[in-house]
Ligand binder design. Structure first.
Ligand code: HEC
Length: 160
């Protein structure tokens, strides 16, 4: 009986030894990465707003848009359209500023999905805040479009 137990215990120990040896050899295969290389990879793989500096439009987005369009811009199916690639975010900045000024309602289609929602006007925001938030959505959520200038917001606001 005791012999049987000791055999079992010995087998378990042996198994443990084999597994830990395998782990060791796996660990050895990992190539050391230099700090510069790591920093470069992080910068290249992260969206602009998280690569060291936070875009000022993120705060505006968090305060005024996030509840409907969600933190990752994915929206809410059937209710609030997404803002990522294929959405209206890449449209002519003048149209986007107009949406900020007047809001948006009625039937629209985004990425093949139909929305009949209501987005309120955000004309109470300053020219800079609107430029910042539009720039932010244009470089976030997988988008990569040109920034929007506060001068353009001013122009559209005054109807010129
Ligand atoms: C109360 C919810 C709500 C808020 C807050 C809101 N939106 Fe919207 N947004 C909507 C809805 C709903 C639509 C679609 C309207 C329709 O169906 O006609 C829309 C449409 C859009 C569109 C065009 C369609 C698309 O998805 O590309 C953009 C761009 C947009 N919103 C950006 C913003 C930005 C930027 C903010 C913050 C400044 C914001 N929205 C705040 C609900 C909201």
């Amino acid at each position: 009986m005791i012999r049987m137990y000791s055999q079992i215990i010995f087998s378990i120990l042996l198994l443990g030894l084999v597994i830990s040896c395998q782990n060791n050899t796996e660990k050895k295969k990992v190539e050391p990465v230099s700090t510069e290389q790591l920093a470069k990879e992080i910068t290249e793989n992260m969206p602009a707003q998280t690569a060291g500096k936070v875009h000022p439009g993120k705060a505006v987005y968090t305060k005024y848009c996030l509840t409907c369009h969600q933190a990752d811009g994915s929206g809410v199916p059937g209710m609030h359209p997404p803002l990522g690639p294929g959405s209206w975010t890449g449209k002519d900045p003048k149209e986007l500023v107009a949406i900020m000024m007047k809001g948006l309602s009625g039937t629209i289609e985004v990425n093949g999905e139909v929305y009949k929602g209501f987005m309120p006007s955000h004309a109470q925001l300053t020219d800079e805040e609107i430029a910042d938030v539009l720039t932010y959505i244009r470089i976030s959520f997988g988008n990569s479009f040109d920034p929007v200038d506060a001068a353009l917001v001013k122009k559209v606001r005054s109807g010129k």
